[in-house]
Design a protein around this ligand. Structure first.
Ligand SMILES: [Zn+2]
Length: 83
């Protein structure tokens, strides 16, 4: 019915550049607004790995479960902008 649903099942990602759902607490935030730091533990991968504190729950998360270079089975978040 509605073009943009706002329910618990369909998160409101309007205005978010990189909407993701946190797998720690289930809330949604915009990956584009967090400050990412290079993860020193992953230097051999040319600094592709970044970590940050999730704005929703403060968990320290990283992007190792994301993208074509993902090597974690379960990431710290799930992208909502490309299902
Ligand atoms: Zn969270």
């Amino acid at each position: 019915m509605t073009a943009i649903g706002w329910t618990s099942e369909v998160p409101d990602t309007a205005g978010m550049a990189e909407a993701v759902r946190c797998t720690h607490c289930g809330r949604v935030y915009d990956l584009d607004t967090v400050t990412k730091e290079p993860a020193m533990v992953d230097r051999h991968r040319s600094g592709a790995t970044k970590w940050w504190a999730a704005p929703c729950c403060g968990e320290h998360v990283d992007n190792r479960g994301d993208g074509p270079r993902a090597w974690r089975l379960v990431g710290d978040y799930v992208r909502l902008d490309r299902s």
